[in-house]
Design a protein around this ligand. Structure first.
Ligand SMILES: Cc1cc2nc3c(=O)[nH]c(=O)nc-3n(C[C@H](O)[C@H](O)[C@H](O)COP(=O)(O)OP(=O)(O)OC[C@H]3O[C@@H](n4cnc5c(N)ncnc54)[C@H](O)[C@@H]3O)c2cc1C
Ligand code: SF4
Ligand code: SF4
Ligand code: SF4
Length: 456
């Protein structure tokens, strides 16, 4: 019996819930043998109906986390290599290949104010529609909870795209987007995290309709994702019952605070009975994020920082001279000519501010993510091998790290990820779920302190 992603990826704890497999299964076989459903770990994951599986192997060949598929460097080279008379794109081990690098922000429609960073992603997606380059854009939009707080949707108006701005630190799968693109003739754009973009690029190798219809991919930089338990736990911290919350928002900027001190908001009910809550990064949310609480386990096997396979990628530029004040700004990595042309035209019209930058500040911005997605990953693969497990064959090779401080920091974050996820999953519907998570965090920290004391 042929293996599917269910046995190879989900059961081994490596699934990140991108949904590519389920979308490709539907597009290639029409069987619906894989269906995305909430997994105990707090992410959407494929569930297999073995009775209808035709054992074609498509799901494995499109999974961004599955070893054996072309690595990201190989796919990038074939996607973005230029003809001989043009200059070759720069190949950068952290940023992927690129034609040009920029920093900037949108000057129109309050994109900057309402964006996660400088609002250039929303500007770019709107511009694709305005210029008639695409018919529909697959974006992440807020959903009415509590079953899910965000979902992918196909949008065809600037207004709808604008309403989808800001970051969703929440797991969203793109299975339906892929199936829809393969089934219906139109020109599509997709905005996504690196795994989703890679999944769609791999799927396009096998599904010709997807290859011809997906005409623009817009990537976000990704410092690893959080499960749905993160948002639910934040609701509890805000004093709301997560099961009754119908709307959450991440990354709302406050003009009175530093741009990185953004807030999470949640709301339940309507009218007089409505309740609202909020929490800022500096009120504990940033600590939870930085210590990997509720992190998606499979993200530990991902090494794509900037969405190396996207036509254009956006990151946050948070330091002077490239952030240009406190309003939010982006770094931009341009890989395809079409993306570069659109940005240059917007700059020339005065819709966006866009300056050329060198690789140095962009690489510097990626340093924190480089630690977890490259250095930690190589050491993690080494530890697997040392423990007698066969590590997956990835672009990064197993490599022991002789830096006790960094290794212990990784170990602490792993313990916190496991503790927060398992404790919240077990007590999610209990009235003291929040208190139990806090207890679990304190317990991990106390054990760490004891270990440090013993060593000293
Ligand atoms: C989980 C996550 C981790 C990130 N980590 C980093 C990081 O470590 N460093 C860094 O520089 N940048 C990171 N980013 C990207 C950054 O926060 C901004 O999204 C990016 O700079 C674009 O900013 P903007 O103002 O142009 O976006 P906006 O104009 O606000 O537009 C954002 C667009 O992204 C889409 N979107 C939001 N959430 C998701 C999602 N989960 N999946 C797919 N599409 C989504 C929205 O639909 C919208 O179209 C991360 C984003 C996410 C979602
Ligand atoms: S092997 Fe084919 S039919 Fe079976 S789950 Fe995978 S993609 Fe679907
Ligand atoms: S990582 Fe994505 S493609 Fe792979 S099994 Fe999970 S949902 Fe499917
Ligand atoms: S770390 Fe990688 S696998 Fe995880 S959400 Fe980000 S891009 Fe996807």
């Amino acid at each position: 019996m042929m293996e599917t992603v269910y046995e190879r990826i989900v059961m081994q704890g490596r699934c990140v819930g991108c949904g590519t497999c389920a979308g490709a299964c539907m597009a290639a076989t029409g069987t619906g043998a894989l269906r995305m459903a909430w997994h105990d770990s707090g992410i959407p994951a494929p569930v297999l109906n073995a009775d209808v599986c035709v054992q074609c192997g498509t799901c494995l060949s499109v999974c961004p986390l599955c070893e054996g598929n072309d690595d990201t460097t190989t796919v990038g080279r074939s996607l973005f290599s230029l003809s001989e008379k043009e200059c070759a794109p720069v190949e950068d081990d952290l940023l992927g290949c690129y034609r040009s690098l920029h920093a900037g922000y949108s000057l129109v429609h309050k994109h900057r104010e309402n964006g996660a960073g400088g609002g250039l992603t929303t500007w770019f997606l709107e511009e694709l529609l305005a210029q008639g380059l695409v018919d529909r854009v697959a974006c992440v939009v807020p959903a009415k909870g509590p079953d899910t707080f965000f979902r992918f949707a196909l949008l065809d108006s600037a207004q709808a795209v604008r309403a989808a701005s800001r970051s969703a630190y929440y797991p969203v799968h793109a299975a339906d987007m892929l199936a829809e693109m393969a089934a219906h003739e139109a020109r599509y754009a997709l905005v996504g995290l690196p795994c989703v973009i890679r999944g769609f690029r791999l799927a396009a190798q096998h599904i010709p309709a997807l290859a011809s219809r997906l005409v623009m991919t817009v990537g976000l930089t990704c410092g690893q994702a959080r499960s749905r338990y993160f948002a639910e736990y934040l609701c509890l911290r805000c004093g709301l019952d997560a099961g009754a919350v119908d709307r959450v928002r991440f990354r709302i900027k406050d003009a009175q605070r530093h741009q990185l001190d953004h807030r999470f908001e949640c709301r339940s009910g309507a009218g007089k009975g409505a309740r609202q809550g909020q929490i800022y990064q500096t009120e504990g949310m940033g600590w939870l994020w930085g210590h990997d609480c509720f992190k998606v386990a499979g993200c530990n096997f991902c090494d794509d920082i900037t969405s190396e396979l996207a036509d254009v990628s956006f990151a946050d530029a948070v330091e002077e001279p490239h952030c240009h004040g406190n309003g939010g700004a982006n770094f931009v990595m341009v890989r395809s000519e079409a993306a570069g042309r659109l940005l240059a035209a917007g700059r020339d019209r005065g819709d966006i501010f866009l300056e050329d930058v060198t690789a140095e500040p962009v690489r510097k911005r990626m340093e924190g993510v480089e630690l977890i997605k490259r250095h930690d990953l190589r050491h993690r693969l080494h530890l697997m091998r040392e423990a007698g497990m066969e590590p997956p064959v990835l672009r990064q090779q197993p490599q022991r790290r002789d830096d006790a401080e960094k290794n212990e920091w990784m170990e602490l974050r792993d313990c916190l990820r496991q503790a927060t996820t398992s404790v919240y999953a077990a007590h999610r519907h209990a009235p003291d779920a929040g208190a139990r998570v806090e207890e679990a965090i304190q317990d991990v920290l106390a054990r760490r302190k004891q270990k440090d004391t013993r060593k000293a």
